[in-house]
Design a protein around this ligand. Structure first.
Ligand code: SF4
Ligand code: SF4
Length: 406
């Protein structure tokens, strides 16, 4: 276990620092279909990949030449300036504005009509303070983002949720709700529960409310101000908040922050509880990356694939009140459909269970694996005569070797 604070208090934060221009960008393409190929030239803002859903199209963050494309990422060798022409925002609201925002790289999945709009200003994880400089120094942009979102959502009540003790100036006509400044209170399902009292499954939208972060509003406001697509993210790196080009390699950011990575260190994209370890230091950040941490090999808490001790510690700590130990056992033995009987979809992916696990099992990773496999099963085209799985649901036969049950 590493030294770790669950506090979401951010204290005094400095101004937002603009990240430098890397020589190469590796733009993640998950959920997108590339529309350009190796050898093509791009300007900053050129459309490079279309989204398969409402998560927003992808545009080149900087001018350059595409050097490689695969299904995971597009490698762009950057050159000096060169920007695509700005586009005028539509004067209409509703679906027309929503479609335009989507084409400008905004994830519009949360943007739909609802009676309640919740602005989440609580830090998503300890050590991440991205909302503070946006609320303090870019208030006009955030306000414009809020006005724009309102033209789509058409809500009647507005709430701002902040961690008690952190600075968060209210918007006009909004009700401020404070939550204790302790992780995981900034995660969307818990913020929605703090306002509406209702519980929402992760990845699903609450029926009666829309939740947007301060960061979401900032990028919507930027698109409206500039007429240029979203090609950056805001990240906390070594306590400093930075505006970073999407696709900037993790190693470049580490060097820019004055750090270094040695063999065996872990580079975490995101927060320490929910972040994803970078595959290598060339991996580029995406639009949702909010932080970067380095865990040195001497301090890193390395999970092991040991057996569950049945101690119940993970259940006692789980804010979703489910049984992470049982879910992990099902996932470990590829009984993915069975994880649903233990309410896997109620997991908000906070990572707290894995933090406290006595056996150091990678519980969050098992849960994410099971959710991924369940999504694959659901999306598979299943012939009518396919044998039923362990819950009576049809699915393709799994031909991979099974682990022996314990
Ligand atoms: S990650 Fe673990 S502790 Fe958090 S909600 Fe999911 S099962 Fe519960
Ligand atoms: S904390 Fe770890 S060892 Fe204990 S029941 Fe949960 S998964 Fe098993």
């Amino acid at each position: 276990m590493t030294d770790f604070s669950f506090s979401l208090l951010t204290g005094e934060t400095g101004p937002l620092v603009k990240g430098a221009r890397p020589d190469r960008l590796r733009v993640p393409l998950q959920g997108h279909r590339p529309v350009l190929a190796e050898g093509d030239q791009v300007l900053a803002g050129t459309l490079i990949a279309e989204a398969g859903d409402d998560r927003g199209d992808m545009h080149a963050p900087l001018a350059g030449t595409i050097r490689a494309v695969d299904r995971f990422a597009m490698l762009i060798e950057t050159t000096d300036d060169g920007r695509a022409e700005p586009q005028a925002a539509p004067s209409e609201g509703g679906d027309i504005l929503r479609r335009w925002l989507r084409s400008m790289g905004i994830d519009v999945r949360p943007l739909r009509r609802a009676p309640v709009l919740i602005v989440n200003a609580v830090p998503p994880e300890p050590g991440i303070s991205i909302h503070d400089p946006l609320l303090r120094d870019y208030r006009k942009t955030v306000d414009l983002g809020l006005d724009t979102a309102r033209r789509v959502i058409d809500h009647s009540r507005l709430f701002l949720v902040a961690a008690r003790g952190n600075r968060a100036n209210a918007f006009a006509d909004c009700t401020v709700v404070h939550v204790p400044p302790v992780y995981p209170n900034g995660l969307d399902p818990l913020v929605v529960r703090a306002v509406t009292g209702g519980e929402t499954l992760p990845g699903r939208h609450p029926d009666n409310a829309v939740i947007l972060s301060v960061r979401d509003l900032y990028f919507i406001g930027r698109v409206m101000e500039t007429g240029r697509p979203v090609t950056q993210t805001v990240m906390t790196i070594a306590g400093q908040n930075r505006l970073v080009h999407v696709g900037t390699p993790a190693g470049f950011l580490v060097a820019e922050a004055g750090g270094g990575v040695e063999d065996g260190d872990h580079v975490i994209l995101g927060g320490l509880m929910r972040g994803i370890p970078a595959l290598n230091i060339d991996q580029g950040v995406d639009k949702d990356t909010t932080g970067l941490h380095i865990l040195s090999k001497t301090r890193a808490f390395v999970p092991v694939d040991g057996p569950c001790l049945g101690c119940g510690e993970c259940e006692r700590r789980c804010p979703a009140r489910i049984m992470p130990g049982m879910i992990s056992r099902c996932a470990e033995f590829k009984q993915f459909a069975r994880t649903e009987t233990f309410h896997i979809h109620s997991c908000i992916e906070c990572g707290i269970c894995g933090y406290w696990c006595k056996a150091r099992r990678p519980l969050l990773q098992y849960i994410r694996l099971a959710k991924y496999e369940l999504a694959l099963l659901r999306s598979a085209i299943v012939p009518a005569d396919t044998p039923a799985n362990d819950q009576g649901r049809s699915r393709p036969a799994d031909t991979r070797p099974e682990k022996n049950d314990a």
